[in-house]
Design a protein. Structure first.
Length: 459
């Protein structure tokens, strides 16, 4: 383990450090304060020395093809390589697993560690992570008005719609909006943005769990936030699965590694675009959630489960490779996409998919699970079928191909809810960028569009 260790006369075990206050431990805000000046200087230099340099061409295919591949936005926390996959400030998922502090008694990366890394580019100490966990737990209760709003929604309303509405309503208490109305300096924007972002991340588990309980387990009491537990530990408790420590660990890993996937994906980009108008973090992230709710993006994890379960229903548990091949071709010939496969940037198996599969491989009960086995078998044949089909540029699985099967195995079977978990996670990266956009003074996003006639005239 390479992570920095909190200095004390006697090294403290994970459980001993949990929940204790460390007077000398930096807060996330203090850690950010330290790194912001260097980034501001870097941007100033880039602007002064390189503003007019050309870094690529714009082709007609970019304009009519969803801007694929255009290098046209700044995003600090992560960069996506088509073959290697995601790196968070240069660290791969494997690096993160080795270096980021876990929960006491746990092994997997936790959301607080990932958030600290994304925000600051530094590896936090265990004490910093514990302090952040405590802060989030202290701020995690929902305002009564938002509880009432969520409780008033029909159970038939999709959980993602409810999540987006709840997040938007949290802007009632936006520190950024209030300070903007009072009149604040531009240099203060990032501190109020950070305050909103921390409050939002803290409240997401209670909001998301309330939606789950209302829709799927009505009438059951939701446990109070445990101030000694990490964000996802609390989320798992509030969902009603706190006794299942394996599921808790899975959700910690899931939520950490779904947190950021550079800036061009639809949810991250939406948060950035809306935030660039100086909308507060709640409104910006609410908009992002509605982008995440599309089946070509985050809703794919729901769709994968639906598709796999239909396959299981049709074929039974003893699925062979031939059965799956035939099912894949049927899906493709009926004009549908194979959910969980393909990607706008990636050209190899998604390392997030691999990390979740490794989690399955480390637990015998998951290896024996029919739904996990089916997902693994599908992985063995789908890339070949998609290659033969010849349309997709990337026949390999993305993270959504596997994320839902473990939830299903552990009893969280309501797959319409799965994208909400993704939504709890994606806040880590999207909100990090909002803080950086304000710290760097990034402008309103406003690309130029063209009509087809205007394009033809140009050509
Ligand atoms: N099954 C069938 N066809 C596919 C396919 C798949 N899994 N992936 C791509 N294609 C098709 C596209 O629909 C497109 O067809 P048309 O030319 O008829 O429009 C063609 O192959 C070329 O597409 P591409 O350039 O390879 O992929 P895109 O960048 O346009 O789209 C994505 C990327 C993810 C939307 C697409 O691969 C897809 O629809 N996958 C299934 C849905 C999914 O898993 N989404 C989750 C992505 C990860 C996430 O954001 O969470």
């Amino acid at each position: 383990m390479l992570h920095r260790v909190y200095l004390s006369a006697k090294p403290l075990s994970r459980s001993a450090t949990w929940g204790r206050r460390f007077a000398s431990t930096k807060t996330l805000k203090e850690a950010l304060q330290e790194v912001i000046p260097a980034k501001q200087a870097q941007l100033k230099k880039l602007k002064a020395e390189h503003s007019q340099k050309v870094i690529g061409d714009i082709k007609v295919e970019n304009v009519i093809g969803g801007m694929r591949g255009l290098k046209s936005m700044l995003w600090e926390a992560s960069v996506l390589d088509p073959n290697e996959g995601i790196r968070f400030h240069g660290l791969s998922i494997t690096d993160c697993k080795q270096q980021l502090p876990a929960a006491p008694g746990g092994k997997e990366i936790i959301a607080e560690s990932m958030l600290w890394l994304l925000m600051t580019g530094k590896i936090p100490t265990e004490a910093e992570v514990r302090q952040l966990s405590r802060e989030l737990a202290e701020k995690g209760d929902l305002p009564v008005a938002v509880e009432k709003l969520i409780d008033s929604l029909p159970n038939s309303l999709h959980p993602m719609t409810q999540l987006g509405m709840g997040v938007a309503a949290l802007n009632h208490d936006s520190a950024f909006q209030a300070a903007y109305e009072r009149g604040m300096k531009k240099t203060d924007y990032w501190t109020y943005t950070l305050e909103d972002c921390i409050n939002l991340i803290a409240r997401l588990p209670a909001l998301a769990a309330r939606i789950y309980r209302n829709v799927y387990k009505p009438g059951q009491a939701i446990p109070a936030l445990d101030k000694e537990l990490d964000l996802v530990g609390n989320y798992t408790n509030m969902l009603g699965y706190g006794e299942n420590k394996d599921l808790m660990e899975y959700l910690r890993l899931y939520i950490s590694i779904h947190g950021d996937h550079e800036g061009g994906n639809a949810s991250a980009h939406t948060a950035h675009l809306v935030g660039s108008t100086l909308s507060d973090p709640y409104l910006s992230y609410s908009a992002a959630l509605f982008a995440l709710a599309g089946p070509l993006h985050g809703l794919a994890n729901q769709e994968v489960l639906r598709w796999q379960l239909l396959m299981q229903k049709e074929i039974g548990d003893n699925v062979t490779h031939e059965h799956i091949k035939e099912y894949l071709w049927r899906t493709l010939k009926s004009g549908q996409v194979v959910p969980g496969y393909g990607h706008g940037v990636l050209r190899k198996s998604d390392p997030r998919f691999v990390a979740l599969l490794e989690f399955c491989d480390s637990r015998p009960e998951l290896l024996a699970s029919p739904i996990v086995q089916m997902v693994k078998k599908t992985y063995e044949v789908a890339p070949g079928v998609l290659t033969e089909h010849g349309k997709t540029k990337n026949p390999w699985p993305n993270v959504d191909a596997t994320s839902g099967c473990v939830l299903h195995h552990y009893g969280l079977t309501e797959f319409k809810y799965y994208t909400v978990i993704f939504g709890v996670s994606r806040a880590l990266g999207a909100l990090t960028q909002l803080v950086w956009a304000r710290a760097l003074g990034l402008p309103l996003e406003r690309p130029k569009s063209l009509s087809m006639d205007a394009l033809e005239k140009l050509l």
